[in-house]
Design a protein. Structure first.
Ligand code: F6R
Length: 584
C-alpha cells in the first residue's frame, strides 16, 4: 500500500527521497510523487505509473534539503496524476498513507469555507483541513494535534508547512511510520528498507504522536503535547536483505533463503527449550485469525494443533472474524498471523479481542509492527525482510513456527534441523520447466488434496494466480465431483498433492476421476507409487508429519514463479496488489 518517505538535511533531499520510494516499490502502487523545497519555493512533481516515470520528470541536480515523497495505491479516486500525492492546500503539503474515514464530512465544512478541491482523495481534504485549522491557530504542533483528534480512520502523514521550512512534520494513527537518524540529517518512512541505504537507526512513531524534525534534532510529542522520550532502535538485518543479490526477482531470492529462514526460526524457539514461547497451558481453545497466505498458514496450524495436541482450533479470515459473533472466553487464545504486522483487518481483530479481555498472541515477521506491539504475546518469525509482494519465505516461517508451537504443546523437541534444512536446500534448487511451460499456456488450474494437502493447495493456487494471473482454485480432493469436475476438460491441469499415506488411496481415486475426464495431472507426492493416473510426478522427501508442509510448499512456489516468468509478468509487484494491506 502507499509508501511515504521524507528527508531534511545536508544531502540532496530529492535523491534521498527518490531512493526511499524505490525501496518501497514492493508495497504496491500505481502513481508516485515528490514535493521539495528549492530556494524557499515549493515544487511538486507527480506521475502516474511506475517510479521511473517520476524519475524522468525530475532534475536531480536541483538543490534541496527538504522533501517528501509518496507512492500511491489508489483508494479514493482512480490512479491519476491529479489524485496522486503530495497534495497541497495554501501553506501545507502532505503525503498520506491510510484512509480518513470522515473526509466527506470534513470536505463539506471546508467547501462552506471556500476551499476548492482538484482531486477525489481523502488526502487533499485532510491537507486542506490542516490548513483550515492553521488559520485560527498559528502553532503547527497544536494544529496537528487537533487534526489527529478530528481525523477518523488510519493515517500516517509526512507534512511540510511553507511557514516553517526548517522542519519536517509527521503524525500517525494505525498506519506505520518510522523516523530515522543520520548525521545532521533525518528521515521519515513507511518502512525500514526506505532508509537502509543511509542509516539503520530509527524510532517507531506511536499512535497520536507528532514528530517535529529538523536536520539535527527530532522532537516527538504525545497527544497531550508532552515531549516523549523515544527508544532508539537499530535494524539488525543487512542492506543485502533488501537488495536482489544477483537474483532476477526478489521472489526467487526469497525462496532461496528458505532453508536459512527455517533454521533461524527453529533456533529462536527450540534451542532454548521453548523459553521464548509463553505458558499456553491455560488455553483450551485457539482462534487463529489472518488474511491471505497467513490465513493459509493458519489452516496448517489448525491441522497440526488439533491432530497432535487435541485443542480445538478455529481459523478465520480476519475481514470476516472482525464482524461476526465470536465465541471466546478467558481460556481462548486468539492467534493473529501476519508477515507485515500491519494488515488492518488482522489488527482490528486483535483490538476487538483485546477490548473483550481475551488473550492474544501474534505471529509476526516485522519487528515492532502494530500487531506485534498491541498483542499480549509476540512470537517473531525469523524470515528477515520480505520484499516480493507474494509471500514465500515468511509463509514458510509461519508454518515452521506453528509446527514449533504444536511441538511445545506436546512437549516434543525432536527435530532434525540440519537434515531438514539440507532437504529444503535441495528442493529450492529444483526446476519444473516442462510443467510450468505447460501451465503457462492454460486458462484454469485446479489444485486438489486432502487434509493438510488441501490447505497447501490453497496456498499453491493463491501463489499461482496472484503472480501469473492464471485462474487457479483449490478443492478438497473428494469434493470435485460435487460440481467442479464439470470444469475439467481435455488438458486442464490438475495439481494433486498427496503426502499423507493414510489418505493416498482415496486421493488416487479422485485423481483417476479427473484423469478420466481429460485432466493433465501433476502429482506431487511423498509416495513411491507409480501408475498411469498422472502425467508428471514430483516426488518430494517424506519427513516428520509436523514439518512435511515445509517441503511440500516449495515446488508449488517454484511452479508459480516459473509460470509467471514464462508469461513475462511483473513477478515482484503483481498488478493491483500491495505488500502491506493497510486498508479494509
Ligand atoms: C499472498 C500474500 C498475501 C498476504 C496477506 C496478509 O502472497 O502475501 O495474501 O499473506 O495480505 O498479509 P500479512 O501477512 O502482512 O498480514
Amino acid at each position: 500500500m502507499c509508501g511515504i518517505t521524507g528527508y531534511i538535511g545536508k544531502n540532496n533531499a530529492i535523491k534521498v527521497v527518490m531512493d526511499g520510494l524505490e525501496s518501497l516499490e514492493y508495497r504496491g502502487y500505481d502513481s508516485a510523487g515528490i514535493a521539495y523545497i528549492c530556494d524557499n519555493k515549493l515544487n511538486i512533481i507527480k506521475e502516474e505509473g511506475k517510479i521511473i516515470n517520476l524519475k524522468n520528470s525530475i532534475d536531480f541536480n536541483t538543490k534541496s534539503s527538504l522533501a517528501i515523497g509518496h507512492t500511491r495505491w489508489a483508494t479514493h479516486g482512480i490512479p491519476s496524476k491529479t489524485n496522486s500525492h503530495p497534495h497541497s492546500s495554501n501553506k501545507f503539503i502532505v503525503v498520506h498513507n491510510g484512509i480518513i474515514e470522515n473526509y466527506l464530512e470534513l470536505k463539506e465544512e471546508l467547501l462552506k469555507n471556500d476551499y476548492k478541491f482538484e482531486s477525489d482523495t481523502d488526502t487533499e481534504v485532510a491537507c486542506a483541513y490542516i490548513d483550515f485549522l492553521y488559520k485560527s491557530d498559528k502553532n503547527i504542533l497544536s494544529v496537528l494535534n487537533k487534526a489527529s483528534k478530528i481525523f477518523k480512520g488510519s493515517y500516517a502523514f509526512g507534512i511540510i508547512c511553507t511557514d516553517d521550512l526548517n522542519h519536517l512534520y509527521a503524525l500517525k494513527k494505525t498506519s506505520p511510520l518510522i523516523i530515522a537518524f543520520g548525521n545532521d540529517e533525518n528521515y521519515i518512512a513507511s518502512d525500514i528498507p526506505a532508509i537502509l541505504k543511509y542509516t539503520n537507526k530509527y524510532m517507531l512513531l506511536d499512535d497520536y504522536e507528532i514528530a517535529k524534525i529538523e536536520s539535527s534534532k527530532i522532537e516527538v510529542y504525545d497527544s497531550n503535547m508532552n515531549l516523549v522520550d523515544k527508544k532508539i532502535l537499530e535494524f539488525e538485518g543487512s542492506i543485502e536483505s533488501s537488495i536482489k543479490c544477483g537474483y532476477e526477482h526478489f521472489m526467487l531470492k526469497e525462496i532461496h533463503e528458505e532453508s536459512e529462514v527455517f533454521v533461524n526460526t527453529v533456533k529462536n524457539y527450540l534451542d532454548d527449550n521453548f523459553k521464548n514461547i509463553p505458558d499456553l497451558s491455560k488455553y483450551n481453545k485457539f482462534h487463529i485469525v489472518a488474511c491471505g497466505s497467513a490465513y493459509h498458514a493458519g489452516l496448517i496450524g489448525k491441522y497440526l494443533i488439533e491432530k497432535y495436541s487435541n485443542i480445538p482450533t478455529l481459523v478465520e479470515v480476519a475481514s470476516e472474524y472482525r464482524y461476526k459473533k465470536n465465541f471466546y472466553d478467558e481460556n481462548t487464545l486468539v492467534i493473529l498471523i501476519s508477515q507485515s504486522g500491519e494488515t488492518i483487518d488482522t489488527l482490528a481483530c486483535l483490538l476487538k479481542a483485546k477490548s473483550d479481555n481475551i488473550d492474544t498472541l501474534s505471529i509476526v515477521n516485522v519487528f515492532g509492527s502494530s500487531i506485534a506491539r498491541e498483542s499480549k504475546y509476540v512470537l517473531y518469525t525469523k524470515a528477515g525482510c520480505e520484499i516480493a509482494v507474494a509471500t514465500t519465505k515468511a509463509y514458510l516461517a509461519q508454518i515452521t513456527l506453528l509446527a514449533l508451537i504444536t511441538m511445545y504443546l506436546t512437549n516434543n523437541k525432536d527435530i532434525e534441523t540440519k537434515y531438514i534444512s539440507k532437504l529444503i536446500d535441495e528442493e529450492i534448487n529444483k526446476t519444473y520447466e516442462d510443467i510450468s511451460l505447460y501451465i503457462s499456456k492454460c486458462k484454469n488450474v485446479f489444485f486438489i488434496g486432502r487434509g493438510i494437502d488441501y490447505a497447501l493447495g490453497m496456498e499453491g493456487a493463491l501463489k499461482l494466480k496472484e503472480i501469473s494471473y492464471i485462474n487457479a482454485s483449490a478443492y478438497p480432493a473428494g469434493e470435485l465431483k460435487h460440481g467442479t469436475i464439470s470444469l475439467i476438460e481435455e488438458g486442464t491441469p490438475v495439481i494433486a498433492i498427496s503426502t499423507d499415506n493414510s489418505l493416498l488411496e482415496k486421493t488416487i481415486s479422485n485423481i483417476k476421476e479427473v484423469k478420466a475426464r481429460g485432466a493433465k495431472v501433476i502429482f506431487i507426492t511423498t509416495s513411491k507409487i507409480d501408475g498411469d493416473f498422472y502425467d508428471y510426478k514430483i516426488e518430494i522427501p517424506k519427513i516428520n508429519d509436523l514439518l512435511q508442509s515445509i517441503i511440500t510448499i516449495i515446488p508449488l512456489q517454484i511452479i508459480a514463479y516459473e509460470v509467471a516468468k514464462y508469461l513475462g509478468c511483473d513477478i515482484d509487484k503483481p498488478r493491483n496488489l500491495a505488500k502491506s494491506v493497510t486498508v479494509e
